[in-house]
Ligand binder design. Sequence first.
Ligand SMILES: [Zn+2]
Length: 276
Amino acid sequence: MAKKDIRVTFFYADTGVWKQAKKSKIRQTLVQWADGFYDGHNYGFRIDQFPIVPYSEKVYQKKFCLFKTSGPKARIVDVVALSDEIDEMKKTIKARSAISDQLKALGPREDLDAAGQSAWDDLHKKRDELGAEWDRLSLIYDAELEMQIRRLLHPIIGSLSSPKERLPVIFCEFSAAFSSDQRSAHGVTYRSRRTWYPSAVLTMYTGAFVLINKDSKSRFVLAHEICHAAGCEHQDTPPNNLMRVGRETDRSFNDPANVMMTPDDLTRLGVAIFVA
Ligand SMILES: [Zn+2]
């Protein structure tokens, strides 16, 4: 049976990230693992990369780097001018952890006198409020970041010579504000937004796309995020499931032969818009 192509277009947040990725060979590592996985199990898929490599530096910088800045400090969050939200989020996290320290110093509520208990209750309330504020800011940040990237991708994808549907995969630096977030440590997938109203569809790319941390040491992150983009969700079982949470620390995952996909997920991938 002929193999189906998983069509992927690789992008870089900026020329700095692109140069770093070229040096670290992260793209090659991730493609190799994904191909070893999809092919090694006779799943019948292979990664079809666009643009075809090797490719001229000039063309890469012009078409496949979303921003023209350079240097290791260039971050997607800086260039999309979302630093206000990031600062607010950092402040919120700091304030919340200061209150947690105060609560710890007070000790258990039942050991306190009436005045102490009232202070304990106030601190708890304040901590919950800060937690809710952080959630609110991260939703705004996430939504704005998603829109920015969709707007940036729209004209580029329209101008590419490959007319078939492809999954954009963007290497970028992940913001330090989210380092505690397990989901975004290595990669994050934004699903398709094809139900958006027409005026938005005109100016935005509406398909799924993937962000990958340029510093990720997780070899299987590309294979994993591709499945998310195809609609697969996290599953805890079996332990060698590609979609398991917590696999990042499981060394057996370094070898694609040890990892598997469920039949349902294989079906999902087989009918994904970027697979044929
Ligand atoms: Zn995941």
